[in-house]
Design a protein around this ligand. Structure first.
Ligand code: PLP
Ligand code: SF4
Length: 361
């Protein structure tokens, strides 16, 4: 039996754990039924749009027939209001809409697309911990995300399987104690900032207690999707850490970065955190030199450096987003002629079994 069929089996047993399932079952996250005032990030998660009809109604696209019912059934819609408000109503080609709306094209994938293109199952060190690269340990802090991105390889990841809370911290403390060659811990997921501030802080405590760990990195899309997530408590916890801090956010298009997002990124930077961005090269979203230049410039305005531009992982359901490597290299060449060197992301591809991400341009 190959690993793909194992993943499919796990999926059919557990179903996909959406953000709300995590939020209503885990003590680390906001509790079910608690009443929250107005404009908090938890409120935005609770009120996120989760069906295609709701999405199309809100965006004045009721007559649009492009959505995929089958695609929605395998990976549900999840999009919070602060993100949806940056989408142009009535435009089925909006670059932000394309990232969240299921379409029929998701049902057809070439044979070389798979459910585990990165071999993540093989890289799992212990449940919840991944190590592919020297010196860096990646923690799957939660399976939950604040948005469901249609191109994501995690759409097939067996979420909800890993340890959480104290069990995860114990695993992590043990793994760090066992390996003195590690000097960096990456909090990832899912999205680690779907955890409440107390839970994030507890994880940072565990990492700080390992004396040989120098750097903390957080991979998160939340400051982009729901900028209200950048709470004073989060900023304060980062400020007070002895670790060197990096946050890698994830925006694919300049329209994702509105005034509230600029403010959230600047506040994180002010905590002494180096801000970086990663994007995925996506057909119909950012596959033009103009779109990539505008994205880099908007990021620079916030003090965030473009870090990676990822070649799409060949995950089933995402083939319609694919841009050829040849075209990607051409785009990098064009934007390099228009931007300072530090504003040009490294164009990379993840090839399983390699000791690092492969730089294409
Ligand atoms: C991408 C990735 C990293 C980080 O790699 P960098 O090149 O240092 O950004 C670490 N661990 C895993 C499992 C990854 O997929
Ligand atoms: S791209 Fe990031 S935020 Fe989007 S679904 Fe995947 S892991 Fe979650």
């Amino acid at each position: 039996m190959n690993s793909n069929s194992e993943v499919i089996e796990t999926k059919s047993k557990t179903g996909y754990v959406t953000c709300m399932q995590i939020l209503t079952t885990s003590n680390d996250s906001v509790g079910a039924g608690s009443s929250l005032p107005g404009d908090t990030w938890q409120q935005h998660l609770k009120q996120a749009v989760r069906t295609v009809p709701q999405l199309l109604d809100q965006l004045e696209l009721r007559d649009n027939r492009a959505f995929g019912a089958k695609a929605e059934a395998t990976f549900p819609v999840f999009a919070p209001q602060p993100y949806l408000q940056r989408i142009r109503p009535g435009d089925p080609d909006d670059p932000l809409l394309r990232q969240v709306l299921p379409i029929d094209a998701e049902d057809t994938s070439p044979a070389d697309f798979s459910v585990d293109p990165l071999g993540e199952n093989a890289a799992t060190l212990k449940p919840g911990l991944l190590q592919k690269y020297h010196g860096r340990m990646l923690v799957v802090a939660t399976g939950a995300c604040a948005i469901h991105c249609r191109y994501c390889f995690r759409r097939h990841f067996p979420y909800g399987e890993g340890p959480a809370g104290a069990a995860l911290r114990e695993q992590l403390a043990q793994a760090l104690a066992d390996d003195e060659s590690l000097d960096e811990v990456i909090l990832s997921g899912g999205d680690p900032l779907t955890l409440v501030d107390g839970a994030v802080s507890d994880l940072v405590d565990t990492i700080e207690q390992a004396a040989h760990i120098k750097r903390l990195r957080i991979h998160t899309r939340l400051p982009i999707v729901i900028p209200q997530r950048v709470t004073d408590a989060l900023v304060a916890r980062l400020s007070s850490s002895r670790l060197q801090k990096f946050i890698v956010v994830h925006a694919n298009h300049a329209n994702e970065i509105d005034d509230a997002v600029i403010d959230s990124l600047q506040r994180l930077a002010a905590s002494g955190t180096q801000m970086l961005n990663q994007s995925v090269l996506l057909r119909g979203v950012n596959d033009s030199a103009d779109a990539l230049v505008e994205l880099s410039q908007r990021l620079l305005d916030t003090g965030t450096l473009p870090y990676y531009l990822h070649q799409l992982d060949p995950v089933i359901g995402a083939a319609h987003f694919e841009v050829s490597v040849e075209r990607g290299k051409q785009l990098i060449k064009e934007i390099r002629a228009r931007l300072p060197g530090f504003a040009v992301p490294r164009y990379v591809q993840e090839i399983s079994g390699q000791p690092n991400k492969t730089v294409l341009a």
